[in-house]
Design a protein around this ligand. Structure first.
Ligand SMILES: Cc1cc2nc3c(=O)[nH]c(=O)nc-3n(C[C@H](O)[C@H](O)[C@H](O)COP(=O)(O)O)c2cc1C
Ligand SMILES: O=C(O)C(=O)c1ccccc1
Length: 380
């Protein structure tokens, strides 16, 4: 006799996938805010490719294998995580929902995964960390930093992060200046009244005096460079140092040479230089150059559990998502972030089971094919 039908794990009647979440969340946001979150830079080529580039890969499933004990867990930043996903550091989350980064942190903690804290968060490191630790004392946070003109402030941020138990610095290396963001200029995008950047010690008053672009220029040091900044960071902190924004074999080798702990293959969600490759297309050359000598994570355009699977098969150890967390917040605060993480988890686990993978280590290059000839980014 057939058993009872297995219910589909649907937590919300409107949201079945991440694209549903994007659509419903976007309806709730005013134009300027929606465009700030959802846009890429200049001609929107890279943001488009970040998601669509996944489509050229095909999964090669192995069948008739016992997948009843499929285990999605892995490790990230020195601890066991329930599955290989984290929330990337994205600023201004309280514009999507008043609970902002605190809600994101709690949702990540409950799901047993890690989170990056943007230096442009609307809550303090202490508030974000303690919200997560209350739900999962083992939770890890990475502190995202920019290279700053004000070294004293940069150091204070590092000390805050250490005091609160952050494990790693994600040094964002792709932003000596901001990308060309026509939407922000057209809409004269400003941080809404009442929101501050406490980690940067900027209150709401200070922020409103200038545009997003001007304020970024005023604190960020476009003289940043490998030989000045990485040894300095090493000399002042014992936290791991990760470079966020690597897209080439050359910079992967540079990160190894400078003794960094990891790289995050990222193009800032297509918000910095438009026309750079999709991260899934940049990943293979970084993995090949690294040859196992440095940890490699990836973010940008990951919108399904199968996208995560493809990134892992191409050699990333762990995936991060930015906008999906913001859409979760905008849709339903902390519950919306739960819904987002559950969606990724369910899709990823099913993808593993349907390909015959019982552990994350089983996800290898052999699990993938391409539908058309494909090689690393060709050089002219
Ligand atoms: C609204 C928004 C704000 C962001 N703020 C930061 C930031 O403060 N620092 C940073 O390193 N990256 C920032 N990012 C980039 C994310 O960390 C991440 O690289 C990107 O969102 C990943 O792409 P995805 O949104 O397609 O998942 C931001 C992204 C968005 C969408
Ligand atoms: O917009 C971004 O991509 C970003 O990095 C940022 C910077 C300052 C405040 C909020 C987000």
């Amino acid at each position: 006799m057939a058993g009872a039908p297995v219910p589909i794990p649907v937590a919300d009647d409107k949201i079945l996938c991440i694209d549903d979440l994007r659509r419903e969340a976007s309806k709730k946001l005013p134009t300027g805010v929606r465009e700030f979150y959802n846009s890429g830079s200049t001609d929107q080529i890279t943001i488009f490719e970040n998601t669509t580039a996944y489509a050229k890969y095909r999964v090669r499933p192995r069948v008739l294998l016992d997948v009843s004990k499929c285990d999605t867990s892995t490790s990230c930043l020195g601890r066991k995580v329930s599955f290989p996903l984290g929330v990337s550091p994205a600023g201004l989350q309280a514009m999507a929902h008043p609970d902002g980064e605190v809600a994101t942190s709690r949702a990540c903690a409950r799901k047993g995964i890690n989170m990056g804290i943007s230096s442009f968060a609307n809550y303090t490191v202490q508030e974000i960390r303690s919200a997560g630790l209350a739900a999962d004392p083992g939770m890890r946070h990475a502190m995202q930093m920019y290279t700053m003109k004000d070294r004293e402030l940069e150091l204070r941020i590092i000390r805050q992060a250490e005091a609160q138990g952050c494990t790693a610095i994600f040094l964002t290396a792709d932003s000596p200046v901001l990308g060309v963001r026509y939407n922000e200029w057209r809409n004269d995008f400003r941080t809404p009244d009442g929101l501050g950047f406490p980690i940067l010690e900027w209150d709401s008053e200070a922020i409103r005096k200038q545009s997003h672009d001007d304020s970024f220029v005023s604190f960020n040091d476009d003289a940043h460079n490998w030989t000045r900044d990485i040894p300095w960071l090493r000399s002042v902190t014992g936290m791991e140092i990760w470079i966020k924004g690597v897209l080439t074999a050359e910079d992967t080798l540079k990160a190894i040479e400078m003794g960094c702990d990891g790289i995050l293959v990222s193009n800032h969600g297509g918000r910095q230089l438009d026309g750079v490759p999709a991260t899934i297309d940049a990943l293979p050359e970084c993995v090949e150059a690294a040859n196992g000598r440095i940890r490699i994570h990836v973010d940008g355009g990951i919108r399904s559990g199968t996208d995560m699977f493809k990134a892992l098969a191409l050699g990333a150890e762990y995936c991060w998502v930015g906008r999906p967390a913001i859409w979760g917040l905008a849709y339903d605060g902390e519950k919306g972030v739960d819904l987002m993480l559950d969606t990724f988890y369910n899709e990823f686990k099913r993808c593993m089971q349907l390909t015959g993978c019982n552990s994350v280590k089983d996800i290898t290059k052999a699990c993938l094919g391409v539908v058309r000839p494909y090689g690393p980014l060709a050089r002219l």
